[in-house]
Write a protein that binds this ligand. Structure first.
Ligand SMILES: Cc1ncc(C[n+]2csc(CCOP(=O)(O)OP(=O)(O)O)c2C)c(N)n1
Length: 330
């Protein structure tokens, strides 16, 4: 671990612990909701990958932009999105962050710089490149971050974004979350070479990082965001991680056979980023178990209130659906 990350103030470490936990508890809630048949649409959960969104977004403020993926709840919450309005959106309610018309794969909040989750694999990469160009034209020091998966790294748009961002020195940070799978295909069966090395032909720095170590992610993002803000151009970060839940929550209902080894899943659960940060805090005498317990209770309370808000919110008026489809409806 780099010296800067290990010298982080205790408050910063506790804030990261709390935010990772918020994502985890919201996702576990959604897993239960999905199993109970409560959700109107599919959810792709981020369980096990929380350190990436949190370690990166700690360097951003509301004016910076992020783009996300179909697995986007963690990015939304890490960037400061409201859990209650996100849950209401996923439950399809009028108080949802997009009025209940977007659902899980479209949670967005421009006031927080969250351009949105995205059902188009790789779609967020181009949107972030555009946001980075806008930031550069505005000259106000904002940066844009694209989160995307290893599957998305095989879309041509990554090369296009690397090319133009390197050429124009755009304030862009490309964060590939390599969780070992693209739907049900192991990464090794669909991806050649190392993703991090795809930056090199464009003269862009590439940083490979343990995506389950929030301090390592924080450190990599520190370097990349500083570079972007200083006008030095883009960076590609490849964060190695694993999704310990399915690709999509209800996959058990349509998969005829398992596509991965249970022992592998269990092994990765032992690298869970949240207990890992807790162990770091205890080992370095930066927190007592009671303190973390108090954080856990506080976060559980926030999630319970968010669920209550979402459950009690009204359904949207179906007559309004087309109003959200066009900027200037005729
Ligand atoms: C352009 C496009 N192609 C295919 C799909 C179908 N699809 C949805 S998720 C997914 C896998 C994406 O894998 P990855 O980018 O590694 O993200 P992960 O699900 O692992 O987080 C695919 C192929 C899609 N939504 N969009």
């Amino acid at each position: 671990m780099n010296a800067i990350a290990t010298n982080l103030p205790r408050e910063e470490l506790l804030a990261m612990y709390e935010r990772m936990l918020l994502i985890r508890l919201v996702e576990e809630q959604l897993a239960r909701d999905c199993a109970a048949g409560k959700l109107p649409g599919p959810v792709h959960l981020y369980v096990g990958e929380e350190a990436i969104a949190v370690g990166v977004c700690r360097h951003l403020d509301d004016r910076d932009w992020i783009t996300s993926t179909h697995r986007g709840h963690g990015h939304f919450l890490a960037k400061g999105g409201d859990p209650a309005r996100m849950l209401a959106e996923i439950y399809g309610r009028a108080s949802g962050i997009c009025g209940g018309f977007g659902g899980s794969m479209h949670v967005a909040d421009f006031s927080k710089g969250i351009i949105g989750a995205n059902g188009v694999v790789g779609g967020g990469i181009a949107l972030a490149a555009g946001a980075a160009l806008a930031a550069q034209l505005d000259g106000d020091g904002r940066v844009a971050v694209a989160f995307f998966g290893d599957g998305a790294a095989n879309q041509g748009v990554l090369a296009e974004a690397l090319n133009v961002a390197a050429l124009w020195k755009l304030p862009l940070v490309l964060v590939c979350e390599n969780n070992g799978f693209s739907e049900f295909s192991p990464t090794a069966t669909v991806t050649s070479g190392r993703i991090v090395e795809r930056a090199r032909p464009f003269g862009v720095p590439g940083i490979e990082v343990d995506g389950n170590d929030v301090l390592a992610v924080w450190q990599a993002a520190h370097v990349a965001v500083r570079r972007a803000r200083a006008g030095e151009g883009p960076t590609l970060i490849e964060a190695l991680t694993y999704r310990t839940r399915g690709h999509v929550e209800y996959e058990v209902t349509f998969l005829s056979e398992p596509y991965r080894d249970e022992a592998e899943v269990e092994a990765w659960k032992h690298k869970d980023p949240i207990p890992r940060l807790a162990s770091y805090l205890f080992e370095h005498e930066l927190a007592h178990p009671e303190e973390l317990h108090a954080i856990e209770e506080r976060v559980a309370q926030i999630v319970a209130e968010a669920v209550r808000f979402a459950e009690n919110a009204p359904e949207p008026d179906p007559a309004g659906a087309r109003g959200h489809m066009f900027a200037n409806p005729r």
